[in-house]
Design a protein around this ligand. Structure first.
Ligand code: UD1
Ligand code: CA
Length: 453
């Protein structure tokens, strides 16, 4: 039987106290729902339905372009059973249905595989025994230990509330059975909702086997209902990321002080100091050292390069054996060849710096092509913007740009040029010559200081 997945994601998430629909809150940099969808895809289902309602447009927009998703609108949230009912007409009659929640992000593909296998005979549901079962539906078993029904916390008696085995809310069953049972739900309960959990009672009534599959890891069934739970899950994800990095050989100064919001690939002997944030796709070559408090987003860094404290790198490509920072900023399109130094308070944007070039202090290099072994002195600015358009600066190999120079683009500093400190360069310079573009220094011998009154 082929598989179709239904992800319930229509709820408001009142306790989040947020304008953002709950399933869009980020966990490790991605919406909660994205985590669930990734796991669902690992099972290679034939189709994935997402039942959405609250903030429907925003939710759909966040996943625009993901052609494999089929959106089902639940305009009014009348309960989990009602939610699945909205998808029912579009499910394939001969499919196996797997029902997931969009706000339970750490569910594992292996556990879901087990759940699906367990449904071959009838209905399977996922269970757990969390430390605090309040707010969950409880699994009521009969005297011989078979699952009898599920009772919601709000509907449960004192003795039922003492049950520690809970319903995680994930089920697998044939669409044929789902179609037979869903119309039989009633909303006569404490919440006046159509409870999906009623299918368990129907299965038992018809003698259809009900298999309870226990989640291997309690985090797999942990849902997000509040900012606090979101933060707890975030820590768990980060703990796993740190463990994975260390297993791959990275040295972390403190595994509890690293945040990965994307993917980090490490070579051998990478070392990462405290409080670094990695976003998007980050690749660190062998022996890369990242100092404390750095932010790296979509960057690749060549082997042996050091990124010193408080540096911010985004959409940049850094070669081998470079030294970046402390307090450096590489903006989108910064491409550094090997042995490049970008020091404190230096900003590089949409520019290529050739091998061995250095900008060690207080400089802005934007929209530029910088050759090899160029020295860019402190305070140098490429004036790339004239108020309406951006222009390019070309600095050829082995130039020396004196401190506090302004290079007014478009301009070309030819090979081996030496620019005197404090120059404002508005015209291309000839190769191998000293160019000075500043007022001549004068001293006035007849000058006398004014007498104070
Ligand atoms: C549900 C289960 C409960 C289980 C718990 C696990 C029912 C009646 N109860 O309770 O046994 O222990 O999950 O977390 O099913 N949703 C919709 N549309 C709706 C209602 C909910 O899409 O009309 C979605 C929510 O967005 C959420 C999921 O379904 O992702 C679960 O809804 P929630 O309200 O959290 O269910 P609980 O009442 O907590
Ligand atoms: Ca819930």
């Amino acid at each position: 039987m082929f598989l179709e997945v239904i992800v319930l994601a229509a709820g408001q998430g009142k306790r989040m106290r947020s304008d953002l629909p709950k399933v869009l809150h980020p966990l490790a940099g991605r919406p909660l729902l994205a985590h669930v969808l990734e796991t669902a895809r690992a099972l290679t289902p034939k189709r994935i339905f997402v039942v959405h309602g609250h903030g429907a447009q925003a939710v759909q927009a966040a996943f625009a372009g993901q052609q494999d998703l089929e959106w089902v609108l639940q305009a009014e949230q009348l309960g989990t059973g009602h939610a699945v009912q909205q998808a029912l007409p579009r499910l394939s009659k001969d499919a196996m249905a797997l029902i997931l929640y969009g706000d339970v992000p750490l569910i594992g593909a292996r556990t879901l595989d087990e759940l699906v296998s367990a449904a071959r005979e009838g209905l399977s549901l996922l269970t757990a025994e969390p430390a605090d079962a309040t707010a969950y539906g409880r699994l009521v078993r009969d005297s011989s230990g078979r699952v009898a029904r599920i009772v919601e916390h709000k509907d449960a008696s004192e003795s039922e509330r003492a049950i520690r085995e809970i319903n995680a809310g994930f089920y697998a069953l044939s669409v044929a059975r789902l179609a037979a049972w869903l119309p039989r739900m009633k909303n006569q309960n404490a919440q006046k909702e159509y409870y999906l959990t009623d299918i368990v009672g129907f299965a038992v009534g018809e003698g259809v086997p009900v298999a309870a599959v226990k989640a291997a890891d309690p985090w797999e069934v942990a849902g997000v209902n509040s900012k606090r739970e979101l933060a707890e899950l975030e820590r768990e994800v980060q703990r796993r990321e740190a463990a994975r990095l260390m297993e791959s050989g990275a040295t972390l100064a403190d595994p509890s002080r690293i945040d990965v919001r994307g993917t980090v690939q490490c070579g051998r002997d990478v070392s990462i100091d405290v409080n670094c944030v990695f976003e998007g796709r980050v690749a660190l070559g062998d022996g890369v050292v990242i100092g404390p408090n750095c932010v790296l987003r979509d960057v690749s860094i060549g082997s042996g390069t050091q990124v010193l404290a408080f540096s911010h790198l985004q959409e940049a490509e850094v070669g081998a054996h470079c030294r970046i920072g402390p307090y450096a900023r590489l903006r989108p399109g910064a491409t550094l060849a090997e042995d490049v130094h970008v020091g404190n308070f230096v900003e590089v944007k949409a520019s290529r710096l050739g091998a061995g070039s250095k900008a060690n202090h207080l400089a802005y290099v934007g929209d530029s092509q910088v050759g090899r072994r160029v020295n860019i002195g402190a305070g140098t600015i490429t004036c790339n913007y004239d108020g309406s358009a951006k222009h390019r600066t070309v600095i050829e190999d082995e130039c020396f740009i004196g401190s506090d120079s302004t290079l007014v683009a478009p301009v070309r500093i030819s090979r081996g040029s030496y620019i005197g400190a404090g120059s404002t360069i508005t015209k291309d310079t000839p190769p191998g010559q000293l160019t000075v573009g500043r007022a001549k220094q004068v001293s006035i011998p007849s000058w006398k200081p004014k007498k104070k009154a």
